[in-house]
Each structure stands twice: as C-alpha cells, then as structure tokens.
Design a protein around this ligand. Sequence first.
Ligand code: XMP
Length: 505
Amino acid sequence: PVLVLNFGSQYVQLIARRIRELGVYSQIVPFYEKVEKLLEKKPYAIILSGGPASVYMPKAPLPDERLYELNIPILGICYGLQAITFQLGGVVEKAQRQEYGRAKLQVLKEDPFFEGLPTGFDVWMSHADKVSRLPPDFEVLASSENSPYAVIRHREKPIYGVQFHPEVAHTQYGKEMLANFLFRVAKAEKNWQMEDFIERSIEEIRQKVGNKKVICALSGGVDSTVAFALTYRAIGNNLLGIFVDHGLLRKGEAQEVEGYFRAMNFPFKKVDASRLFLERLEGVEDPEEKRRIIGHTFIEVFERESRDFGAELLLQGTLYPDVVESAGIEGAQVIKTHHNVGGLPERMSLELLEPLRELFKDEVREIGKLLGVPEGILRRHPFPGPGLAIRILGEVKEEDLNILREADAIFIEELKKWGLYDKVWQAFAVLLPVKSVGVMGDVRTYERVVGLRAVDSVDGMTADWSKLPYEFLDHVMRRIINEVKGVNRVVYDISSKPPATIEWE
Ligand code: XMP
C-alpha cells in the first residue's frame, strides 16, 4: 500500500481517498509508527499528512527519523513538508503572512512530479508556518508568492514536500501531481480494485474465523448487510444474522427487509420483540432514557440469541471513517448517544469481525453491488437504531406509532415517485406531542401535528435542510392530512445542523 502518516489534518481521509481513486491501495497510520512496523506493510511510498501543530513547538508530532534512510519515496504535504525540513536540518518558522486559499504556483524546474502539467496553475494553501531555509541537499521545484519553497525535493533521494494541498478539489492538477508521484516517482502498481478486495477479504475472514461461529445484528442498513454478504461468502452457515423487530420500525419495513434477506439466501433469524420494547418504554418521555432502554433491551435479546447459536465472534459493519474518527477526539461532548450496537462486544466478550473497516461508504456500496446486494438496500437512507421511538416526541404509544408510520410512508413514497429520494441524504416524518386547531368540511378539528424533515449532508455531522419543491411539499401535505387520521397540520423543518440536529430527539 501507500501509507499516509496521520498528523491530524482534516484532509487525511481525503488523501487516502485520492490515492485509492488512482487505483492504489492506501492506509492511514499514526504518525509515530516505527519504521519496522511501516516496513512490514511493504509500502510503495509514504505520505506525511498536514496537521495543526508547529514543528518547532516542544511536543510537536514528528515521524521516526529513520524514515528518510529507507529509500522509499516520501511526500510531505503542508505540515509534512515542514516536518521533513525540520528533521533534515532546514528551518521552519511562523510565516509573516498566513496563507489560506488560492495561490498561484510557478514551476521553476522540470521534474517527474510536474510531468504533463503547465508551468503555472492554482493551488490551495492553508498554513501559518513556512519553510525559510531548505535542508542540505534539497532544491526548490516551485514557488508561490508567499511560499518561496512551495515544492521541494531532495537532489538524489525520492523525498518531496509540497506546501499546498494536492488532495483538495480546489488545487488544479492535484490528482495529476499525486499520480506523478505515485507512478513516476514511486513506481506504484495499480492494485486497488474492488474485486481484489473481495477475494482478499474472503481469505482473511476464513483465516480469522476458522470453524467458529459468527453472529451479526442485521438491520437492513447498507453497512451491516454488505458486511454480512461478504462474510457469508466466506463462511456460509457458520454465520447467523439476528433481525430484531423492536416494534419501532417503519411501515412495511420488517417485511421488506426480510424479503431482501431471503432473496440473498442469508441465514438469519427474525426475533419479534416488539411487546417487550414497547412495555419497557411505557411512560418514558426523555430521549436519552428511551435510547438507554432500547439499547439495553436490544443487547439482552441479542445476547440470548448469540448464546443459543454458540457464537464466538461478532460481525459489525464498521467503516473507515468510524475507525479514524473514534481514534482520538478527546473531550467531545455527548449530544446524543448513538448506540447502534455499540457496547455489544465488551459486554459479550466476543471477538470482533469488521471486514469493512478499511472502506469508505461509496466503496461499500460498490462492493455491495458486486456481491449482489439489492439496490433497494444500497440506496436506503440511514435509519437510527432506536427507530421511530425518537421520532415520536415524548412517550411512545402504539396508536402514535401507527399515525407516524402512515405519515412517514406517504412522505417516502412521494419522494420516490418524484425522483427526490436519492437527492436527499435522509428524510422522515416526526410526530409532535401537541394538538392544533383545524377545520375540515366545516367541522372544527383539534388534532396532531406532523413535522417533515429532509436534509442534505455528507456524513450526518453537519446538514442543511433540503430545498424540496413547494408543489411537492404541498402535495405531501394534502395526502397526509387527507389520509392519516388524527393529523390536521403538517410543517416542514427548515433548521440546519448545527444548531439543530437531524433527528428531533
Ligand atoms: P443527529 O440527530 O444526531 O443525527 O443529527 C445524525 C445521524 O445519526 C442518526 N441517529 C442515530 N443513529 N442511533 C443511531 O443508530 C441513534 O440513537 C441515533 N440518533 C440519531 C440520525 O438518523 C442521522 O442519520
């Protein structure tokens, strides 16, 4: 692979992405990884990412210095360039003028790094420090107005540094420069294809699992379904999926999801635990309390099934962003406890199997497609583990679940009909615990309010409300008020996240 040493840049994942897009497998590793560890992975090249620190500060993160003796091609990006400069004897200092945004790059010297590119183009900068003296044996290849050493390289060794960010879309020819580095400097081979990934994973899963049994909580979501399909290929019926119906699913969802699982021949067991969940939720109004109850009850049900099956491993559809993001954000505040199946592994002392932990979401979709996972699953919007319980504000009652199911189903059905479902990131209805006055056919009504929510987002961390057409909203409003008994008012949520969140609880 190509290894990306992580110095904490917000773009680390983007660097890894770009390299994979060029057909070369890449992995992100912590900046302090020792040379021995790095060599075990047989890297084509090593990239030092950007980061928020300053190399001249006392506790600045710096890589193992023996890195530069390996004769493996190295590319330092932004902070990475500064780390190279600092460690090899150059000088880095606070820039008089910080540089954020567009800058004109002027190429000064021909080099494989710029092959096929014009001699001047725009690049994207974001730095407060700069190189003020090159290390010995280095030369400058390109500069910008504020960064005389915008691209540098060692005269003999394949060690490069760039002050700008080739990985971001705003840098012209960013991808071409990365490709030049990978294929002309590092002589990397194109080896990242989904078919290869599938073959390799199946082999690894077999190795790891042997004859043991593996259990998985199936929800019908993209990640768990694709993880399941992949693992099923590897170990067949030593895998069991547990599909817990907690009574908080959407209209027709249980049947739909079951239908998909059956079509894929998945070995799974459906457990109808809706009574249990609803009983335990009786009288509970607080959102976090609801989450806790649902989480614990889920674990209880799942644990029993797992014991019956004799499972020793737990399969989870963890993705790369989950892995990288959970790797060290300290002091982050808990806004909502997103349980998913979190907490399961510790509590059940099962070994974890996470075959997708190297992948990004769109890569998972691609794998899913190759494995024959139906489009209907690959396209599905995210759905929270606690389900409709957090979309009924306040206490969850059976009759309210039914009202919400009908309203939500109309909204989703119309989104699909109007070709809008795939354009929004997530959409749903919520049921508010208030009544309002209306008039229907000359009669006063006093009924419930349904809120519609549709958002555009990339990862759910931030979101904006979707600008759905007025005619569409009008049509959905009409259908809901006419067809769903107990509702006489529909509102559309126009809050962004932040300051609101996507769900209402
Ligand atoms: P919020 O409401 O935090 O939602 O902006 C962001 C994304 O997370 C989903 N979500 C949850 N998922 N358990 C889950 O598995 C939860 O408790 C939970 N709460 C919110 C939400 O649907 C959105 O996609």
